[in-house]
Design a protein around this ligand. Structure first.
Ligand code: HEC
Length: 148
C-alpha cells in the first residue's frame, strides 16, 4: 500500500518533470484515507452560511425567507437568487426596483447590499446596508442557499 503510494508520487513527479515548467507540483494534494475533497471543504461552507444566517438577523425584521410566507415591510427573499428584481407577485415594490432591469445574481446582491440606494436609486429599502464586505459575502451566500 505504502509502496504503491510512493510509486504513484514518483510517477507524478516524473511526469511533472517532462511537462511545461508552469505546471505546479504543489497541485498534488495528499489526503488521509477516507478524506474527500468535499469533506475537507464543507466546514468552511457551513461556517459561511452560519455567519450569513446570523447576519441576516438584521434583515429579518423586514424580510421573510420561509417559502410562501407573507411579505413583511420587504418582499420574501426565498429563492431570490435568479429572480428578476421587483418581480414577486403581490408585493408593492417601488418603481425604481421594478424598472431596475436587475436579475439577482450573487454579484448583483452584493452590490445592492453594499449600497442599496446607489445600486437602485429611489429604492424603498431604507435600511439593510451591509458595509462590511465579509459580512456581505456571508449574507449573500445565505440568500443563495434559500431555495426549495
Ligand atoms: C427596514 C426594512 C428592511 C430591511 C431592514 C431590509 N430590507 Fe431589503 N427590502 C426592503 C424593502 C421595502 C424592499 C423593496 C424595495 C423596493 O421596492 O424598492 C426590499 C428589497 C430587497 C431586495 C430585493 C428583492 C426583490 O424581490 O427584488 C433584496 C435582495 C433585499 N431587500 C435584501 C435585504 C437584505 C439581505 C437585508 C439585510 C442585510 C435587507 N434587505 C434589509 C426592506 C428592508
Amino acid at each position: 500500500m505504502r509502496r504503491s503510494v510512493l510509486l504513484a508520487l514518483a510517477t507524478l513527479a516524473l511526469s511533472a518533470c517532462g511537462s511545461k515548467a508552469e505546471d505546479p507540483v504543489e497541485q498534488i494534494v495528499v489526503r488521509k484515507p477516507g478524506e474527500s475533497a468535499a469533506a475537507a471543504s464543507t466546514p468552511v461552507a457551513d461556517d459561511l452560511l452560519a455567519k450569513g444566517k446570523a447576519a441576516f438577523a438584521a434583515c429579518s425584521s423586514c424580510h421573510a425567507v420561509v417559502p410562501g410566507a407573507a411579505a413583511g415591510i420587504g418582499p420574501n427573499l426565498h429563492g431570490v437568487v435568479g429572480r428578476k428584481a421587483g418581480s414577486l407577485a403581490g408585493f408593492a415594490y417601488s418603481e425604481a426596483m421594478t424598472k431596475s432591469g436587475i436579475t439577482w445574481s450573487e454579484a448583483e446582491l452584493n452590490a445592492f447590499l453594499a449600497n442599496p440606494a446607489g445600486k437602485v436609486p429611489g429604492t424603498a429599502m431604507a435600511a439593510g446596508r451591509v458595509a462590511d464586505a465579509e459580512r456581505r459575502t456571508a449574507v449573500v451566500a445565505y440568500l443563495a442557499s434559500l431555495k426549495n
